[in-house]
Design a protein around this ligand. Structure first.
Ligand code: DX5
Ligand code: ZN
Length: 213
């Protein structure tokens, strides 16, 4: 079953209680938290999310996406929320294996994200070590960008390695009902969607529209 992870980067933080309530009333699997350090990407969201508060408002687990340089020392500040997944980037990461092992030690699923310009062959040798490959379908940094179409081919090619290596494919950036069908057919297991969902005036309908094959 394909899972949906809602990115709340573009939600109304002034009304976070009602935003989370709306999410709780609909069928999503995870809340995707985009942490940016102002170095890996220009934006800084390290103080944007009150994760203690949000976790009091929902039973959904976090899916934490760290868009930071050298995440190793930052991982511990997020393991305490017991997220379903912590995803780190392949790029600008001088301690990739140590970061993977640190997340694993906490029995949290390990995701490794690749930017649109990174070839999937660059991560072949770590596929056995991780649970999820997060394929970025926009350049990281902000929500509401346009989906990069050749992501679908990357997902297809990765999908062919699934039997051998056993991992899930997640896609993040510009995901909406115009590209979700192609992504599902290509082998995506988790769709991360932000602005399409949080700005929808019929969340239930929009979630369903992502899952139509
Ligand atoms: C981009 C983030 C994405 C993004 C998703 O840097 O990693 O998670 O916020 O939002 P949409 O779906 O609006 O691209
Ligand atoms: Zn993200």
């Amino acid at each position: 079953m394909t899972k949906v992870s809602i990115s709340i980067l573009d939600c109304d933080f002034g009304n976070i209680t009602s935003e989370i309530k709306k999410i709780n009333e609909n069928k999503v699997d995870f809340i995707h938290i985009d942490i940016m350090d102002g170095k890996f990407v220009e934006n800084n969201t390290e103080k944007l999310f009150d994760l203690n508060k949000i976790s009091l408002l929902t039973d959904l687990k976090y899916d934490i996406h760290l868009m930071v340089n050298d995440p190793l020392d930052k991982i511990d500040s997020y393991t305490k929320y017991n997220p379903d997944t912590i995803t780190i980037h392949f790029e600008n990461n001088s301690n990739l294996m140590a970061s993977i092992n640190k997340i694993k030690k906490h029995k949290i699923n390990v995701g490794v994200a690749i930017n649109p310009d990174t070839k999937i062959s660059e991560i072949y040798d770590i596929l056995d070590e991780i649970d999820i490959v997060l394929v970025m379908s926009v350049n990281p940094g902000q929500g509401g960008q346009r989906f990069i179409i050749n992501t679908v081919d990357k997902v297809k090619a990765l999908n062919e390695r699934k039997n051998k290596n056993n991992f899930l494919i997640s896609v993040d950036g510009g995901v909406n009902n115009t590209n979700s069908k192609d992504l599902l057919n290509a082998g995506a297991d988790i769709l991360v969607s932000g602005s399409y969902l949080v700005k929808s005036n019929n969340l239930n309908h929009s979630i369903k529209s992502l899952l139509i094959h």
